[in-house]
Design a protein around this ligand. Structure first.
Ligand code: GLA
Length: 385
């Protein structure tokens, strides 16, 4: 497992000097609220203990160099020639943040570049926001190193712009908000339109529960394909209903939506509208009654994604069904869909038996073995050293 110390050592080996500091940002799991963020809606994720660390040291020229523990080759860019068309592969997450800072008004004039060493234990492609973890760690580091004084709210928008404009994935900002605003033991109740992100205690451990992640290893790709298509359906649905975004509709509007929209667009809209309601309800219920009472909401969310939004896959459905059949309090797919991970809220005493049951179900169905692990609501992005 990487750490601030091991990241510092890796920096020293690569660059032959000590870094100025080490910053880190977590991946996230979304408890509930899927595809609501880019509809100005409500989301309820939490930051997890798996993080990306960035050891950073100033240079005296205008170059940016990034080494990643996961990649054999370093990537380089100059502060004088930053543009999405110049970024290749994973380095877009890093250089894209600098580009996005400039787009949002940070002058790069007279600034010096950086050497960066990245390490991470956020699994790639599992839908746990490994990309947001990189963006947020780098953004926080540069905010300190360049003494920019940007708020975390502004860093959220910078990291989202890096993702949208430099990486090319048309996502909302749930991942970046969870990574920057997470708190240990808490979910982050996000209202995208109101620009708020409030901590809500989850009490999983107090109630003897664990949150299991089941990474199906079916890889998703949000820069292309289904994610963008879903986003367009939502925009089309809002336009046909005469509202700026689906946030402006409630369940009372659904009969009119059904009359107005074609069947597919209606089901996309229905998912988003009901999902916003489920997020609000989940936050209320967890505060009033505790996490054992949110199971039905998680299950309803999964059904809505499977049947109406149509972003689940057989592996995710199998993980959820198997978890529920083996006594989970609740379970659902999490993240953008088309692969990635499911979550199951289970008895802490059942982790081993549940893991074995899900592995057995996948083996029986002839599917690639999933990777299953426990996560805990954890602290957001911070300076570690
Ligand atoms: C991905 C995106 C998020 C969000 C989810 C779906 O994780 O990065 O912005 O839209 O999908 O809820």
């Amino acid at each position: 497992m990487p750490s601030p110390e091991s990241t510092t050592r890796a920096f020293e080996e690569r660059y032959g000097r000590r870094p100025d500091g080490v910053w880190s940002a977590p991946g996230r799991v979304n408890l509930i609220g899927e595809h609501t963020d880019y509809n100005d809606g409500l989301v309820f994720p939490f930051a997890i203990e798996r993080r990306t660390w960035a050891a950073v040291g100033r240079r005296d020229d205008r170059m940016l160099t990034v080494h990643s523990g996961a990649m054999p080759e370093p990537a380089q860019a100059s502060l004088d020639e930053l543009g999405p068309e110049r970024f290749e592969g994973w380095s877009a997450y890093v250089f894209g943040v600098v580009w996005a800072m400039e787009q949002r008004g940070v002058s790069l004039e007279g600034r010096t570049g950086f050497d960066i060493m990245l390490t991470s234990d956020v699994p790639l492609g599992a839908g746990l926001s490994s990309s947001a973890a990189i963006e947020c760690a780098v953004a926080l580091a540069l905010n300190d190193e360049w003494d920019l004084g940007l708020t975390r709210r502004e860093l959220i928008y910078i990291c989202q712009l890096a993702e949208n404009g430099a990486v090319g994935a048309p996502t909302g900002n749930m991942d970046q908000t969870a990574s920057l605003m997470g708190e240990e033991g808490h979910g982050v109740l996000i209202d995208v339109r109101a620009e708020t992100a409030d901590p809500v205690a989850l009490h999983f451990a107090d109630e003897g529960l664990e949150l299991l992640v089941i990474d199906t290893r079916v890889h998703h790709e949000h820069a292309t394909g289904g994610y963008g298509a879903r986003r367009r359906s939502c925009e089309d649905g809002a336009a046909a209903m005469g509202v700026p975004s689906l946030r402006d509709l409630t369940e009372d509007d659904l009969p009119r939506a059904q009359e107005t929209l074609d069947d597919e667009t209606f089901r996309r809209v229905k998912h988003v509208v009901t999902e916003n309601a489920r997020v609000a309800r989940t936050a209320e219920v967890v505060a009033a009654e505790g996490p054992r009472a949110i199971g039905d909401l998680l299950v309803a969310s999964h059904a809505s994604m499977r049947d109406d939004f149509e972003i689940s896959v057989a592996e995710l459905d199998l993980a959820v069904e198997t978890a529920l059949a083996n006594g989970a309090v609740g379970a659902r797919m999490t993240g953008g869909g088309f692969g990635g991970a499911a979550i199951a809220l289970i008895e802490a005493t059942a982790v081993e038996a549940m893991t074995a049951a899900i592995e057995a179900a996948f083996a029986e169905a002839g599917l690639t073995a999933p990777i299953i692990f426990v996560v805990n609501p954890s602290a957001g992005a911070r300076r570690d050293a």
